[in-house]
Design a protein around this ligand. Structure first.
Ligand code: UDP
Length: 482
């Protein structure tokens, strides 16, 4: 083929996000980023998730380039799932999680048919689509791998599996050091995902994880929502020690700065909950810079009643101004909201998180350390009160508190699924909150957070690391057209 032809061939990339807010949001941002570079971007999703991508968010905020969505049916019943179970948020009992992961197999046939028709140049598929590398291989296109987390957690999981340092300790709560990494990271067995230690009751999960790993190892490479300067040693580990191709092209939330209103709208649609972004943001407008703590534990995790009570108690007894996002169905203590009267706001349902974090009045973020939330805080220059609950959140916490030193933990000890057993007391919550919000330590945490924010912005400017990684990825995809 002559170069002239290349010049005119528009790359077509298909995106297949896992059906969870924490995956669909960054993948939408990624699709928009690609579209802005002239790539035709198509997202595949299911009927109930489609509203998340529809309407204005299909239009790129800066250039007006559309991204397309394509809907395929998800046969819940066939997969042994309740009707309407098309998103992690719809799963009410933890036993259904593994069946949900496994059910991703039903997408193979319809997606393969679509790809045969469309003949795209690449597919970006989430970690749960274990068949995607094989399918892409049959169609002779590269499969890019996305797992929603940063290089730090990936490296830690790899080092944990490789060195198995948790086998050396006597008890679950005895700390051990994780060797082979740029920093010495200390963890306990209680903070590790059960599958690592092999004490998962359902053996099916082991098989599933092996499939995921195999499909990752054989994929063309990984696109990572992160930026080099945030975790240089771990980006290196991913590439050199693990031997993977990895492109760090984030923070993806930054790419859509002037799309933030649409973002709020997207959240609104996704939760079908009424947010009044103007009220919340107007309230923030009246507050001093760095004076308000934003509290939100992501889109999936629920807090027990006892735990909600302790958070409320901490807020009650402190002077701290706050915005607290609680899930629909989470109950606050009697009279709490009335008592707060101007000191704080409770949002029930879905909050416009990126808009809130970007507001100058926000001085801290109490977070479960989901990777998107963590990176959004970094991109906004906001220090964190860390409160990991499950998955790789305890690992992300270490990056925030021990490596970057832009956060303070509440002292969460234990990985949990569903209802939390261990309750963090109000004194511990208040102590961590105060350390992040006021005084000399807070100033230092904030100073470091602001520096990282600047680096995140620079990474996305011409010549910056994320900008260059994206450029070389697209060049590599184009070169495959030969
Ligand atoms: N989010 C939001 N409003 C909410 C709760 C969550 O906009 O009320 C967004 C948040 O900004 C992030 C995503 O949902 O982009 C949550 O992803 P994360 O990885 O932090 O946590 P998960 O929900 O996967 O546990």
């Amino acid at each position: 083929m002559d170069p002239q032809h290349h010049h005119h061939h528009q790359l077509h990339v298909v995106f297949l996000p896992f059906m969870a807010q924490g995956h669909m949001i960054p993948i939408t941002d990624m699709a928009r980023l690609f579209a802005r570079r002239g790539v035709k971007s198509t997202i595949i999703t299911t009927p109930l998730n489609a509203p998340l991508f529809s309407g204005k968010i299909r239009r790129d905020a800066q250039s007006g380039l559309p991204i397309e969505t394509h809907i395929i049916e998800f046969p819940c019943a066939e997969a042994g799932l309740p009707e309407g179970c098309e998103n992690v948020n719809a799963i009410k009992s933890p036993e259904l999680m593994i069946p949900f992961f496994k059910s991703m197999a039903v997408f193979q046939r319809p997606v393969e048919d679509l790809l045969r028709n469309w003949r795209p140049d690449c597919i970006v598929a989430d970690v749960v689509f274990t068949w995607a590398t094989e399918t892409a291989g049959r169609l002779c296109i590269p499969r890019l791998f996305f797992n929603g987390t940063g290089a730090f957690a990936v490296s830690l999981l790899h080092a944990l599996k490789f060195h198995e340092p948790y086998k050396e300790v006597e008890s679950d709560s005895e700390p051990f050091l994780l060797p082979g990494l740029p920093h010495e990271i200390q963890l306990t067995k209680l903070q590790l995902p059960p599958f690592l230690k092999g004490d998962e009751s359902d053996s099916g999960i082991k098989e599933l994880r092996e499939k995921m790993e195999e499909s990752e190892v054989n994929s063309f490479g990984a696109v990572v929502n992160s930026f080099h300067e945030l975790e240089p040693g771990y980006a290196e580990y991913y590439r050199k020690v693990m031997g993977r191709k990895a492109w760090l092209i984030g923070p993806l939330s930054l790419g859509n700065k002037d799309g933030t209103k649409e973002k709020a709208e997207r959240g609104n649609v996704a939760s079908a909950a009424g947010i009044d972004e103007h009220d919340h943001l107007r309230w923030l407008d009246g507050m001093e810079p760095n004076s308000v703590l934003y509290i939100c534990f992501g889109s999936i995790s629920n807090m027990s009643n006892a735990q909600l009570c302790e958070i409320a108690g901490a807020l009650d007894s402190s002077e701290q101004r706050f915005i607290w996002v609680v899930k629909k169905g989470e109950l606050l203590p009697e009279g709490f909201e009335e008592r707060m009267n101007g000191k704080g706001i409770v949002i029930k349902g879905w909050a416009p998180q990126v808009l809130i974090l970007d507001h100058t009045a926000i001085g801290g973020f109490m977070t479960h350390c989901g990777w998107n939330s963590t990176l959004e805080a970094v991109a906004a220059g906001v220090p964190m009160v860390t409160w990991p609950l499950q998955a790789e959140q305890f690992l992300n916490e270490k990056l925030v508190t021990d490596v970057l030193k832009i956060g303070v933990g509440v002292g969460a000890q234990e990985w949990s699924r569903g209802e939390r057993k261990i309750v963090v007391g109000r004194e511990d919550i208040e102590r961590a909150m105060t350390r992040v919000m006021v005084g000399q330590e807070a100033k230092e945490l904030r100073g470091r957070a602001r520096k990282l924010q600047k680096m995140a912005v620079m990474a996305n400017e011409e010549g910056g690391s994320s900008n260059s990684d994206l450029k070389s990825l697209l060049e590599e995809l184009t070169s495959l057209l030969d």
